[in-house]
Design a protein around this ligand. Structure first.
Ligand SMILES: [Zn+2]
Length: 358
């Protein structure tokens, strides 16, 4: 008992100290416990609500965009208007990480507007439009390219950060994470994070994998490099079931219609359980047999469209166990497996499977 009381006194003193010490990030809660600070954080408990957030991935923008990854400014304006009409609120990658770790909630209709590669048009074309709606965004920088032709400078990056935007990494030199060795990948993840933190004098906790490529090794390297959340370009919304190290993002490209954009906003994730081989595992055959259980009760197991890099894949469905089985023909390297359900609601999910047959 005496021991417990001494502990309580110690906790109270620590709490009081945390409250008065300048620069200490700890917050004193009602019950006298210390929260915040790396050591004092409670174990992540996971989300307590069932939120869904559409994370969008843009690149450059211009009034007369022609390239695939350049979105016409006018299209972006229409997409923003639609999001505003739907009552969407913008959130940052950190807010999504907080949510997935059980440290915060998300708005009911959340979107996260992100930009890869750091083009200068973020500041000249995209941000002024977003400001009109009160949306903030996130940028994923190729740190070696900052200040290059057509790219944001560090001063411009700081300007965005000061306006409430989040600055994340897209590696130092835009490597293919699944094609390089682990040591190089670690350096790319660590060096870019350090460069950003030095320049913005703040934290860089979000990563976007170049080309959306990942596997188990890449995901653990990202976590080890200090990122709280890492984004892919897997399809479908992010939601409460997501793995922080492979949060999906919907890529927006030139030519996407407003109708298509609207379906992304409205659709849910197709939830799979017991995926085998597990997502992230490399396979060593070009025709693996993949099984998964369809968890969404509203989805008829024989009503799913499966494709591999755009090529339809047939599958067997067992209605009793709600298990689907399919054997896609994979190419060497990264393949995208995608599943769509065109019911009500529409549902979608996709993931990367790396085939490494040697
Ligand atoms: Zn990129």
């Amino acid at each position: 008992m005496a021991h417990t009381r001494r502990l309580l006194v110690l906790v109270t003193i620590l709490a009081a100290l945390a409250a008065v010490l300048p620069g200490c990030r700890g917050k004193v809660q009602q019950d006298g416990e210390i929260a915040g600070g790396p050591e004092a954080l409670p174990e992540p408990s996971g989300p307590t609500t069932q939120r869904s957030v559409l994370v969008l991935c843009y690149h450059a923008m211009s009034p007369a965009a022609e390239a695939t990854y350049d979105v016409p400014t006018e299209d972006f304006a229409e997409q923003l208007q639609l999001m505003a009409d739907e009552g969407c609120e913008s959130v940052t990658p950190s807010q999504i990480a907080d949510y997935l770790e059980g440290r915060g909630d998300l708005p009911e209709k959340a979107v996260c507007i992100t930009f890869d590669d750091g083009p200068e048009s973020i500041l000249t074309e995209s941000k002024p439009l977003m400001d009109e709606y009160g949306f903030t965004g996130a940028i994923f920088l190729i740190t070696d390219a900052v200040g290059g032709e057509g790219k944001l400078s560090w001063d411009q990056v700081r300007e965005l950060e000061a306006a409430g935007w989040e600055v994340g990494s897209h590696t130092a030199s835009h490597v293919h994470p699944t094609r390089i060795d682990a040591e190089q990948c670690r350096e790319e993840f660590e060096n870019s994070r350090r460069a950003i933190e030095d320049e913005i004098e703040g934290e860089c906790g979000a990563l976007a994998y170049p080309y959306g490529l990942y596997d188990d090794t890449v995901m653990s390297l990202a976590r080890d490099a200090g990122y709280r959340i890492a984004f892919t370009i897997d399809r479908g919304p992010a939601d409460w079931t997501d793995d922080l190290m492979r949060t999906p993002r919907q890529m927006v490209v030139n030519g996407n219609s407003l109708k298509t954009f609207g379906t992304w906003l409205a659709q849910g994730k197709l939830h799979l359980e017991d995926v085998d081989p597990p997502i992230g595992a490399r396979v060593h055959t070009d025709t693996p047999t993949i099984t998964a259980r369809v968890a969404d009760e509203d989805v008829p197991v024989d009503g799913i469209e499966i494709s591999r890099d755009g090529n339809p894949v047939s599958y067997d469905a067992d209605a009793d166990t709600r298990t689907i089985t399919f054997s896609p023909e994979l190419s060497e390297g990264a393949n995208n497996l995608r599943m769509n359900v065109y019911g009500s609601p529409r549902r979608e999910v996709s993931w990367v499977i790396v085939c490494d047959s040697e």
